[in-house]
Design a protein around this ligand. Structure first.
Ligand code: ADE
Length: 225
């Protein structure tokens, strides 16, 4: 999978992709994340890509031409399955949506900033708008990093133990059960005996029961679905 991210802050963003699972996915050749600096597509001498909003009001709007030029240059090089815009009023990112996106070949993610982008970009280029939650960030970069992480880790081979993505919270409609590691006893707080029993059937049943109970307590709406 290739993800092209269009941003005003490529340097800040690059650190998200240089560590851990996303870095490993790129080293293994399973994912390629390419950052594009929108300032490079500026039409002005000063490299600006934003302007005052028509009709007045506070804040700046990202201009249509530099964004269109960047998007079209990339689209002339390969076919994109989705051109995503990160926005608080988009469809909320979820595990099912991450699963769907992880099956794609080429994704483009445009990070909004200031008051957002000229509406004509959304109308004519964007195929999907994604929010990472009902709160407003100062830019779409964190959202693009969250989307990339949630999606890339689901690509087969990215995680060492292929099972572990499948047993994540939300993957089977339940949150994940609790996990423990050594020591067995810390200050008298003991690991549940069943996990030490070696009885795999019992352990699987216990984990399932715990997942159901936790889902009931923490995300009851998931059980309704
Ligand atoms: N840009 C600003 N806030 C955002 C959010 N909650 N999700 C995605 N992009 C955003």
């Amino acid at each position: 999978m290739r993800i092209d991210i269009l941003t005003l802050f490529p340097a800040t963003m690059s650190m998200f992709f240089e560590e851990s699972i996303l870095a490993r996915a790129q080293k293994k050749g399973l994912a390629e994340i390419v950052l594009h600096d929108l300032h490079d597509y500026s039409l002005t001498r000063y490299g600006s890509v934003d302007d005052y909003p028509y009709g007045g009001g506070a804040g700046m709007v990202m201009c249509v031409e530099p964004l269109a030029n960047c998007i079209e240059e990339l689209q002339s090089q390969r076919r994109y399955d989705e051109v995503i815009y990160t926005a608080p009023d988009g469809q909320q990112l979820s595990q099912p949506l991450s699963n769907t996106l992880s099956l794609k070949q080429n994704l483009m993610i445009l990070c909004g900033h200031y008051k957002g982008v000229d509406e004509r970009i959304r109308e004519h280029f964007i195929t999907m708008e994604i929010s990472i939650g009902d709160y407003v960030l100062s830019g779409g970069e964190l959202a693009a990093a969250v989307i990339s992480d949630a999606v890339v880790r689901l690509i087969p081979g990215v995680l060492g133990d292929e099972q572990s993505a499948l047993s994540d919270s939300f993957q089977d409609g339940l949150v994940a059960p609790p996990e423990y590691t050594r020591p067995v006893d810390f200050r008298g707080w003991r690991v549940p005996d069943v996990l030490l029993s070696g009885d795999h059937k019992k352990i699987a049943q216990w984990r399932y029961d715990q997942a159901v109970e936790r889902t009931r307590q923490r995300r009851p709406n998931m059980l309704d679905d």
